[in-house]
Design a binder for this molecule. Structure first.
Ligand SMILES: Cc1ncc(COP(=O)(O)O)c(C=O)c1O
Length: 414
């Protein structure tokens, strides 16, 4: 691209005049390139993709039909702005029935989002001024932190460690950092660790937030995808509505990633501020999509059936990885299995040492045509997602057996 004065006009937050010149290759791009290279080296071979972070199936046919019906209504055609009552009322029922958080006011304490990612991009505008601190967990979904930094915020990372069941140690935050912090961002069931929170942990979070005057943003994108018992909502914690909001999404819970619809619920002031920012940023999700999403929220059994599929696949994957020597144990929810990365692999007399999880992940793609996502942020781990393509349980078993046979004969060292 020819040099242009435009190059000097980019904002510092995306690199200023250096924007677009970096040669660094980011993690997900490296994975994509490795997959392409593996296919080129083994034409026609099957890549088993355990790296995907979204459901392998379509939304339920009833939801697709509901969308068609709602899309045909003239009253749904226009700007949705901050939404009508249909989704908000369904969300209040869902929070009561599924999440054990009754009595939410749909008018004041709930508002739709164009997916949780969009909500995480907008909320910092309501909270973060230059110099304000944000507590985020790592490894994790970085979007709130990225936008907080755009506003001059400072992100303090809290490591999620296995020895602490992948819950952050809130007491580890130094007092001078804490004084500048305005927000604590959490996500349970967690991406990428698959860990769940506990009522005691959430109670401690409320106490910590009140003591340190923090807003809590709980990203519950995987909320109802649990493998036993009831989903655990932050909003079910006494005092939670005083300190924070929870983000729900139909993306993973109802196989609707492309539909872009969720909701933000909790503290009335925070919901109002989010609504003000949102109103100045987008014109709302198509009402037909909102109404189809509302229909889902009245059918939590659909999520339960998705979760039971992931649970079955997870049992199979845990077995296969354990047989291969990994210390895999089934998480409480989500579709992610997070396991310690090996330090070396020996096979047919050859031994390969790995520098980190990224190295292992690249080796797995190149040598075994198995794609995973590496995490080196708080220890070296691999994330295996059970969203691989398989149309029925027999096909699932075939894919799992294929993973087992590709790993057979490799001696991993940890
Ligand atoms: C932790 C977490 N939060 C939010 C999102 C985004 O979800 P949505 O599709 O609702 O924007 C994802 C998607 O991968 C995620 O993993």
């Amino acid at each position: 691209m020819a040099d242009s004065y435009l190059q000097n006009l980019f904002a510092a937050r995306i690199g200023g005049s250096e924007y677009g010149k970096s040669t660094a290759i980011y993690k997900f791009e490296k994975i994509k390139r490795a997959k392409r290279a593996a296919l080129a080296a083994h034409p026609g071979a099957e890549i088993i993709d355990l790296g995907v972070g979204e459901p392998d199936e379509m939304a339920f046919p009833q939801v697709v039909a509901k969308l068609a019906e709602e899309a045909a209504k003239p009253e749904n055609r226009g700007y949705a702005d901050n939404g009508d009552l249909v989704l908000k009322a369904a969300a209040a029922r869902y929070l009561d029935k599924v999440c054990g958080a009754p009595g939410m006011d749909p008018e004041k304490e709930i508002i739709h989002s164009i997916g949780s990612k969009a909500a995480l991009t907008l909320l910092p505008a309501a909270l973060i001024d230059p110099g304000d601190g944000v507590l985020m967990t790592t490894p994790g979904y970085p979007v709130f932190g990225t936008h907080a930094r755009y506003y001059g915020g400072i992100v303090h990372q809290l490591p999620l460690l296995e020895c602490n069941r992948f819950l952050p140690d809130l007491e580890s935050v130094p007092a001078d950092v804490l004084r500048k912090c305005k927000a604590l961002v959490l996500n349970y069931p967690n991406n990428p660790t698959g860990a769940g929170a506990t009522p005691e942990f959430f109670a401690g979070v409320v106490e910590f937030a009140l003591k340190n005057k923090l807003v809590v943003i709980h990203d519950a994108a995987y909320a109802a995808l649990v493998f036993g018992g009831r989903p655990l909502s932050f909003l079910a914690t006494p005092g939670a509505r005083q300190v924070g909001v929870e983000l729900h999404s139909t993306s993973k819970s109802f196989n609707m990633t492309g539909w872009r619809c969720g909701f933000v619920a909790g503290n009335e002031r925070l919901v109002r501020a989010y609504g003000d920012i949102k109103d100045n940023s987008d014109s709302g999700q198509f009402l037909a999509i909102q109404h189809a999403a509302a229909c889902c929220l009245d059918h939590p059994e659909w999520t339960a059936s998705i979760a039971s599929k992931y649970s079955r696949r997870m049992d199979g994957l845990v077995k296969v990885l354990r047989n291969a020597g990994f210390a895999a144990s089934k998480p409480g929810g989500s579709f992610f299995l997070y396991v310690k990365a090996p330090k070396a692999a020996a096979e047919r007399g050859a031994r390969r040492e790995f520098k980190n999880a990224e190295d292992v992940s690249q080796w797995l793609i190149a040598e075994k045509l198995i794609s995973t996502v590496p995490w080196d942020d708080a220890g070296a781990y691999l994330r295996f997602s059970v969203t691989f393509i398989a149309g029925d349980p027999a096909e699932e078993r075939r894919v799992l057996a294929e993973i087992g046979s590709r790993l057979d004969g490799v001696r991993f060292e940890f």
